[in-house]
Design a protein around this ligand. Structure first.
Ligand code: ADP
Ligand code: MG
Length: 407
């Protein structure tokens, strides 16, 4: 019997009404004869009593006295609570169901509390329950170290749990249920009429996720890709098929995925600062090396790096800009900081080797009167840095240029 992994995000489990929808999705897969493993997030968002943000708020006044280890114990409770409630609702419908913590489900991680990585999955207990016809509900976002300490996986971690279980169980598919109809060509909070994409490659969705599309965690996509397990992003609240994520060459339902779309989607990251370092000594490679090493030694990760003979340009999040400025000027270099920028990324597997994509992007932005402050490109992504205030218009202009709005 085929195994299906269904992951339900925070908004899907936040109210009794939404949990009823979740129960329907699970039951309909079970009634189709699937072995069903369900991964749940904590209930709701900031303000909701058992959401991750609220659990963090509970220790606000003593957070400096709580170890990372103990914090993970607290944070792991949110998913356990929603898992138990969902299990109860399934049993009430007459289905055998059991809730497992990440640890019980065999999710083994490294020991980086708060952002642990899954290093292996021991799926025996899940298999045991599936063989006895149980629906297995697993608390997402958490695992256990080989020393028996509870860990959490960082924001979006339930997606990663679902993908890792999908691979370990050799599932037919991992379904990521959320509050939108699938992966859209742009963030629906920025643009209302962005197309819902019916099929995308792992690579594209991974790039979009890294560039700010938070609908799925990029690590989850990587894990599914490595295990060749198809993913589907879809809504808990409708019956639409959503977005199927597969490898370009991986035949699914007998069809090949076309890779000829130039641009598949647009994503953005806001509130970043552009840092420019100019000084006569910069022309020496030794000086360049010293500057970049000093920044790295301060554990600051920089992005969008362009190195010219007489200049170094890069970006950092706004909240780090003052610190970076101080570090560099203390070494006697001239530095200028431009805050409140946004990085807009156009992603598409079909742009590889096709000339003129950057030209179309620059043209579309120029027609809107938007200045490009910096740009870069790779095989499948083109990035433009713009002012925050131009970001929305930039995303819209690119959607229009590449025909990615709903007809
Ligand atoms: P969940 O709690 O289900 O994990 P998330 O908030 O993590 O939900 O992800 C869903 C949200 O991702 C959507 O509500 C939407 O606002 C946002 N989002 C950002 N970019 C995109 C995109 N390109 N397509 C779809 N949703 C997106
Ligand atoms: Mg999410």
């Amino acid at each position: 019997m085929g195994i299906i992994v269904q992951k339900f995000g925070g908004t899907s489990v936040s109210t009794l009404e939404s949990r009823q929808k979740v129960v329907q999705k699970i039951i309909s897969a079970k009634d189709e004869g699937k072995s069903v493993v369900v991964v749940v997030s904590a209930m709701g968002r900031k303000g909701d009593p058992y959401s991750t943000d609220n659990l963090i708020g509970l220790v606000e006044n003593c957070k400096d006295n709580i170890s990372d280890r103990d914090m993970d114990l607290l944070l792991s409770c949110g998913e356990i609570i929603s898992g138990v409630i969902l299990t109860g609702l399934l049993q009430r419908q007459g289905y055998k169901a059991i809730c497992l913590t990440g640890a019980q489900a065999g999710i083994i991680t490294d020991n980086y509390h708060g952002c642990a990585r899954i290093i292996k999955v021991n799926p025996e207990l899940i298999h045991n329950y599936l063989n006895q016809d149980y629906i297995v509900v697993v608390a997402g976002y958490q695992g256990i170290t080989e020393d028996g300490e509870i860990t959490t996986l960082g924001r979006g971690g339930s997606d990663t749990t679902a993908a890792a279980l999908g691979v370990a169980l050799n599932a037919e598919i991992v379904e990521i249920y959320t509050d939108v109809n699938g992966l859209k060509a742009a963030d629906p909070r920025i643009v209302e009429d962005a197309k819902t994409l019916d099929k995308v490659t792992y690579n594209e969705v991974c790039q979009l996720a890294y560039e700010g599309a938070r609908v799925i965690h990029p690590r989850a996509v990587e894990i599914a890709m490595q295990g060749s397990i198809p993913l589907r992003i879809r809504s808990t609240f409708t019956n639409e098929p959503g977005t199927l994520v597969v490898s370009k060459l991986y035949p699914y339902e007998g069809k090949q995925i076309r890779g000829d779309r130039l641009v598949t989607g647009i994503a953005q990251i806001t509130n970043i600062s552009q840092i420019k370092i100019n000084s006569p000594e910069i022309s020496k490679m030794e000086t360049k090396k010293e500057i970049l090493t000093t920044i790295a030694n301060n554990s600051i990760s920089i992005d969008f790096i362009n190195i010219f003979p007489d200049q170094i340009v890069f970006t950092v999040p706004d909240f780090l800009a003052d610190e970076v400025e101080k570090i560099i000027s203390s070494k006697g270099h001239k530095v200028s900081v431009l805050k409140n920028c946004a990085k807009v990324a156009a992603v598409g597997a079909g742009m590889t080797g096709v000339p003129g994509v950057m030209a179309r992007i620059v043209k579309a932005l120029a027609e809107e009167g938007i200045d490009v402050l910096q740009s870069a490109d790779s095989y499948t992504t083109i990035w433009c840095l713009v002012d925050n205030k131009d970001m929305k218009r930039a995303v819209k202009a690119l959607l229009k240029e590449f025909d990615l709005s709903e007809a």
